[in-house]
Design a protein around this ligand. Structure first.
Ligand SMILES: NC(=O)c1ccc[n+]([C@@H]2O[C@H](COP(=O)([O-])OP(=O)(O)OC[C@H]3O[C@@H](n4cnc5c(N)ncnc54)[C@H](O)[C@@H]3O)[C@@H](O)[C@H]2O)c1
Length: 448
């Protein structure tokens, strides 16, 4: 089985391609549209202005989902480190809107793009998007910038959609926890990109586990094994160190947090969710860089991790992730309990329990990416703010803690991880010189 890359379904190229890609993950509700009657009756004061910062694959997907989620949402301003990313995002968003117009026989959707000249580039784009008068901001840059962007957004009173992971290090996680509190105190909605929390089949299975469907849970196994990752880009002349790293951000730990925390964090989130977001006592693990070609553009990140989390109630969580070409993919979870074992294969919708009371999940699949935005915009309209701040920070730290343990070779406690003072981006970001981070060697790292 090959695992669809969670990045792919979100880059909306055209209606046909999108429908095909979402069908691949069983997203039947991908094109559930709000009524056009409602949209055309829209008054100016009912508009929700959306800004996006980080106009890549996920930013483009999130824009389209935000525009579909609410009859009054309009794309108001855009920010990215690079101009062409804004153009590309706008192109695909426009194309999808036109496609929908054709299908529906109306140009109502096209009117949702109201960006005009509110397109901002560089590292200061976040400030300009905020200042442009948006109501909702989509934070979809590489994770390194999330804590700062989130704080600026909630300080300015914006509702936020915030992609995962929320940080690359513990100081970032602590900052996000603080920002979540600020959002709460201001009645702002804060939606995370931990999309499985909004997928009905996984929700049903988690509920089943929580109500004792497998008896007492004692072991969790999760995997995120894939054969590859985003294609790295060779350095072009004229690119500064910073630009080179940004264009290959997945491959540099200070930008991405490494794949265990950037990508496999989705599977680690299933563990967190099954444990009802209880913190583990400690974690240890192994990993390395075995098959990644040693190129400048493949940075310093590892290509495999294997982690063991221990909880105070005796539960153990085992997580494995890898990027190894020519090997089998797997992205699934197994929950073992005193009365049965649950298998959760999210990509083919196989959710079963074998044991004392056998069970098969009956929930229908849904487009979890769209659902996130539907919930977010509804919460804004109803003034019932959603706030994912705590669990999105907790799960991000869980994965970062695993990376700390594997990189260092040490046993890392939750307290050590949460209180870690190691900041991966001490030098602030600007286009210029930047040292290349080294590939970690276990046993040589003092501070985690
Ligand atoms: N929930 C999911 O399933 C899912 C899927 C894909 C990606 N993601 C997450 O979304 C985020 C973005 O991933 P992507 O695949 O869209 O990456 P991407 O490289 O396609 O897009 C990132 C964009 O951010 C821009 N950028 C970088 N630094 C910036 C800065 N300081 N200010 C403004 N713009 C900046 C880049 O130029 C780029 O256009 C990551 O955190 C990733 O983990 C989540």
């Amino acid at each position: 089985m090959s695992i669809p890359n969670p990045i792919d379904p979100n880059l909306l190229l055209s209606r046909r391609e999108f429908t095909a890609s979402t069908a691949a993950i069983g997203a039947a509700a991908a094109f559930a549209l709000p009524s056009f009657g409602k949209l055309s009756a829209l008054r100016e004061e009912n508009t929700l202005r959306v800004g996006v910062v980080g106009c890549g694959g996920r930013g483009t997907g999130a824009v389209i989902q935000a525009l579909k989620a609410d009859p009054g949402s309009v794309l108001w301003s855009m920010g990215d480190a690079f101009e062409e990313q804004i153009q590309s995002c706008l192109h695909y968003t426009n194309e999808s809107m036109l496609d929908l117009d054709d299908e529906q026989g109306t140009d109502a959707w096209s009117k949702k793009i109201q960006v005009a000249d509110r397109k901002f580039t560089g590292f200061d784009a976040i400030n300009q998007v905020i200042a442009s008068g948006v109501d909702v901001i989509l934070l979809t840059t590489p994770p390194a910038f999330r804590p700062e962007h989130l704080r600026l957004s909630v300080d300015a009173g914006k509702h936020v959609f915030c992609e995962k992971p929320v940080a690359v290090d513990a100081p970032g996680v602590r900052s996000v926890l603080e920002s979540a509190k600020i959002a709460k105190s201001k009645s702002l909605s804060l939606m995370s990109g931990f999309c499985w929390r909004y997928q009905d089949q996984v929700k049903e299975t988690m509920h089943k586990i929580h109500i004792g469907g497998i008896g007492d849970l004692h072991t969790i196994q999760t995997t995120y094994n894939t054969t590859g990752w985003v294609q790295p880009k060779a350095r072009k002349s004229g690119w500064s160190d910073a630009e080179f790293q940004l264009r290959n951000w997945q491959y540099f730990t200070p930008l991405s947090a490494d794949h265990v925390a950037e990508q496999a964090v989705h599977a680690i989130d299933w563990q967190a969710w099954a444990m009802q977001d209880r913190a583990p006592v400690r974690c240890f693990g192994v990993g390395g860089r075995q098959t990644r070609p040693d190129l400048a553009e493949t940075g310093n990140v590892w290509d495999h991790f294997s982690l063991i989390y221990e909880y105070d109630n005796g539960v153990r969580g085992y997580h494995m992730c890898r990027h190894w070409p020519n090997t089998p993919s797997d992205n699934s979870a197994y929950f073992l309990g005193s009365a049965g074992n649950c298998t959760m294969q999210v990509w083919n919708g196989n959710h079963t329990i074998e044991g004392e009371t056998p069970w098969k999940g009956t929930a229908k699949s849904n487009d979890m990416y769209q659902r996130e935005h539907d919930v977010l915009f509804k919460s804004i309209r109803n003034n019932t703010p959603v706030n994912d701040g705590k669990f999105m920070s907790h799960t991000s730290l869980l994965a970062i803690m695993g990376r700390m343990a594997a990189y260092s070779g040490k046993i890392v406690t939750w307290e050590e991880a949460m209180n870690s003072q190691v900041a991966l981006n001490q030098q602030s970001w600007s286009f210029g010189e930047r040292p290349t981070p080294t590939t970690p060697i276990p046993g040589t790292i003092e501070e985690i």
